[in-house]
Design a protein around this ligand. Structure first.
Ligand code: SF4
Length: 193
């Protein structure tokens, strides 16, 4: 499972662990993750030894997040996802994608193969934000402390803001052409032939 450390991943991680404790997971992290996300990640990693971390620590230009967020996400998020998929020898991965999250996620399917040889399962695809919080509350699943501040969608610190309104992802990449969009992990090829 791809565990983004967000609320949706918390639901799906709880579901997959109930289905089979043997299911492995990976977290793609970046140098720009908020400290509360890093703390949450360390706590999760301490509980679940089958969670592996991947990151790209190569140097990048200053403020690339502002000048070219697509490139920044490609370097820091998409590139480390490829070794995660390939080193862990993944043919099928599970995600917390939901089609009600925002404008870029409306056409996802519960089972897809956008990347040849890599099946993606999206088990909570049709859940609404309210249902996610209901599940987390009923199951008493711990979440990132940033949610208590009002965040609804979590990413890197420079690219996440608190917003309200219909689009849950509207606080992502505000002020750029990527606003409310995608980092590329779910839209770019990942499987290395
Ligand atoms: S979310 Fe922002 S800081 Fe993080 S990789 Fe993408 S552009 Fe860079």
């Amino acid at each position: 499972m791809a565990n983004s450390l967000g609320k949706d991943s918390c639901v799906v991680w709880d579901l997959v662990k109930r289905a089979s404790p043997a299911i492995r997971g990976f977290i793609v992290t970046t140098r720009f993750k908020p400290s509360k996300t890093k703390n949450f990640m360390r706590a999760d990693a301490a509980c679940y030894l089958e969670l592996q971390m991947f990151s790209n620590d190569e140097s990048i230009s200053d403020r690339l997040d502002a000048t070219d967020p697509d490139r920044c996400c490609d370097l820091l998020k998409v590139r480390p996802t490829r070794p995660a998929i390939n080193e862990m020898d993944v043919d099928c991965w599970v995600t917390g994608l939901r089609c009600t999250e925002g404008r870029t996620r409306t056409d996802y399917q519960e089972i897809e193969e956008r990347d040849t040889g890599l099946i993606k399962l999206n088990p909570i695809l049709i859940w609404h934000e309210r249902e996610v919080w209901q599940y987390l509350a009923i199951r008493q699943v711990p979440v990132n402390a940033l949610y208590a501040e009002g965040y609804r969608s979590l990413g890197c610190a420079p690219c996440s803001r608190i917003t309200s309104g219909g689009d849950e992802r509207a606080g992502r990449w505000i002020g750029t052409s990527k606003c409310g969009g995608e980092c590329g992990i779910h839209t770019r090829p990942l499987k290395i032939a």
